[in-house]
Design a protein. Structure first.
Length: 207
């Protein structure tokens, strides 16, 4: 039986507990935007960081980025994309959710630590009762800062009552994993539910 290495396991939301949007999904929205495909993806990439760190103003930011890139996108197209994009971030990964439940059943704490806007958070809370199964839920929009800032990891650890050395963290973005490692958390870039389960089972008895 493996020795227990962690008292808590922390999961990112987007790209870990939920599936990330696929390129084909975004291609459909690129066509509806009226922009060239390459231009759309350039704008989308440049807004992702803002989306994760900002509490509000995502729509206005799209227009600022488009203007800076010399592109024009209508108000209607931006509103339509943002509404559709929210749907793409509300597709839970059942295998990861099952893993989280097993960890909790084994007596460990589980947490969500996510960069999130108020708009999407309201949608998640209305749609997913299972969010309440997590002992701690830390959202950047409510915390006032975002990953990879030290304070958001430390705030999550404090809420868990757990030291960094006794926490395991999964995130799909390497810079967020690096931020967690900076404060001493055992952090891993999420690749799949199977990969996460193998890491968890190396240090936690889920039987």
């Amino acid at each position: 039986m493996p020795s227990v290495s962690w008292d808590a396991v922390i999961f990112d939301y987007g790209g870990v507990l939920s599936y990330a949007p696929q390129r084909q999904d975004l291609l459909d929205y690129a066509r509806s935007s009226g922009l060239e495909e390459s231009t759309f993806f350039q704008l989308y990439a440049e807004t992702r960081e803002y989306y994760g760190r900002a509490a509000a103003g995502y729509e206005a930011h799209w227009h600022r980025v488009a203007k800076a890139a010399g592109a024009e996108i209508s108000d209607a197209a931006v509103k339509q994309f943002i509404a559709k994009e929210s749907d793409l971030w509300t597709r839970p990964n059942p295998e990861v959710l099952a893993l989280a439940r097993e960890i909790k059943a084994a007596g460990r704490k589980i947490a969500i630590l996510s960069n999130m806007t108020f708009e999407l958070l309201a949608i998640l809370r209305a749609k997913f009762d299972w969010l309440g199964e997590f002992d701690v839920r830390v959202w950047s929009c409510e915390h006032g800062c975002a990953k990879p800032d030290d304070s958001i990891y430390l705030g999550c650890l404090d809420a868990l009552g757990c030291t960094a050395q006794r926490a395991l963290f999964f995130d799909d973005r390497p810079r967020n994993v690096d931020g967690a490692k900076q404060v001493g958390i055992d952090a891993h870039v999420f690749e799949s539910a199977a990969q996460a389960r193998a890491i968890v089972e190396r240090g936690t008895d889920l039987s």
